[in-house]
Design a protein around this ligand. Structure first.
Ligand SMILES: [Zn+2]
Length: 423
């Protein structure tokens, strides 16, 4: 694992200097922040580094417009790092961390992140979500060597950011369920050690949802720990499977389409929240399915599949990529029949596992609402049609087996889209 030191505690900001020295020795530091995070912790972080005899320079992005993770922002931080042999200490959450992570990786230097909000699990993941030439991609790069979070700071983060992190955390229920399904289908076996890293902390966070809604220190600390743990799990697996399933694929479609509300991009955690509720609902509906009464017809031919994908992704390079992935997982003829038989026969076992893995849809929805997550597409400036569109695209974009593939392969995808009106 890239991350060697993780400190999450009350008052941790005062330890930034000593932790930096422990990890990097007396190398100079470059504090990367923006106007907002500088106010949140710039002074204590600089003071702590200076107290530890570390020379500190600053690179500050303006707070307006919000920093955006693209090649220009990355080049700016990299150029600043190149001026000496300094190690970046980034003070901030998702975007600033992604920019600094990538800039450091381009120079083959480790870095340290001081988290300001429990808003995403990307703090500790390898890879950075960056827009290159206008396309969002995950560029490879090492996770931070040091993660430090002061629970006092996390607790005071805007409630929307805390709710985003809670949504991204709840996504591990459906991501886990999709992994169980992929394991049962025989396409992606579960790795028990990695499973536990994500799923045990997740359950603690869910049990503490009221405390998170009230910003209690211990509950917020548990949320941060759970988000970090899923980043660690991805580091161990070198794959996002443990932390991301169909709910994230739904959010990727909205990300590609720049879903925004009141002129601001909808946060990752908020898009994922709707994805998580949608997938929980679609799993729950499997219990109602009487497969004996449903004719398993309606399989698309490859030509039809190609056409639907081409219609969905007008951009040529995205379309090409998607077609290649779709071709890999496309089944027809005997292969499809065999898969259908398998799915029908494993359904009882799947439903049994669902009862252990997923909270009931209504209960999860209430808990998410209490914390301040969006619970209907309208809350993120979409609607039922927008959700159906995102779910359709989500089934096309990645070679990762999810419940959407189960519905698709059974010829029941349109039925699944219809069901969404009952959410
Ligand atoms: Zn996520």
């Amino acid at each position: 694992m890239d991350t060697k030191i993780s400190v999450v505690e009350e008052g941790a900001l005062e330890r930034v200097g000593s932790v930096f020295v422990e990890a990097f020795g007396h190398t100079p530091a470059l504090l990367v922040a923006d106007g907002i995070t500088l106010k949140v912790g710039g002074f204590p972080v600089s003071r702590s580094l200076e107290k530890a005899d570390i020379q500190v320079r600053q690179f500050i992005f303006p707070s307006e417009p919000q920093p955006y993770a693209d090649e220009h922002a990355i080049a700016q931080v990299r150029l600043s790092l190149e001026r000496d042999n300094s190690i970046a200490v980034v003070l901030g959450s998702g975007t600033l961390n992604d920019i600094t992570k990538r800039a450091s990786a381009e120079l083959d230097r480790p870095y340290m992140v001081v988290a300001t909000a429990p808003s995403v699990d990307g703090y500790t993941s390898y890879g950075a979500a960056v827009s290159v030439g206008g396309f969002k991609q995950t560029l490879p790069c090492a996770a931070p060597m040091v993660v430090l979070a002061d629970t006092k700071v996390l607790r005071e983060a805007p409630m929307d950011m805390i709710a985003s992190g809670f949504g991204d955390c709840m996504a591990k229920y459906t991501a886990g369920m999709d992994w169980i399904l992929a394991d049962l289908v025989g396409v992606h076996p579960i790795r028990r050690d990695v499973w536990d890293m994500v799923q045990i902390p997740l359950r603690k966070v869910y049990a503490h949802h009221a405390g998170i809604a009230q910003r209690r220190g211990r509950s917020i600390g548990l949320l941060f720990d759970a988000l970090s743990a899923s980043g660690f799990a991805m580091q161990v697996m070198h794959d996002s499977r443990p932390a991301s399933g169909a709910e994230h694929l739904i959010s990727h479609i909205w990300e590609m389409e720049h879903l925004s509300k009141d002129g601001l991009p909808v946060s990752h955690g908020f898009k994922v929240s709707i994805g998580t509720l949608t997938i929980t609902y679609l799993y729950e509906q499997l219990k109602q399915l009487d497969l004996a009464g449903i004719p398993l017809t309606g399989a698309e031919s490859w030509e039809e599949r190609e056409q639907s994908i081409a219609a969905f992704f007008p951009d040529e390079s995205v379309r090409k990529q998607t077609l290649a992935i779709a071709k890999e997982k496309f089944l027809d003829g005997d292969a499809l029949l065999t898969r259908r038989e398998k799915l029908v026969s494993l359904l009882p076992a799947l439903i049994e596992r669902m009862d252990e893995q997923l909270p009931p849809y209504q209960e999860l929805k209430e808990a998410m609402k209490e914390v301040g997550c969006p619970v209907s597409p309208a809350d993120i400036a979409s609607n039922l049609e927008g959700l159906r569109h995102a779910v359709t695209g989500a089934q096309m974009i990645r070679n990762r087996y999810t419940v959407l593939d189960l519905y698709y392969e059974l010829g029941l995808f349109d039925l699944a889209l219809d069901m969404l009106s009952g959410m």
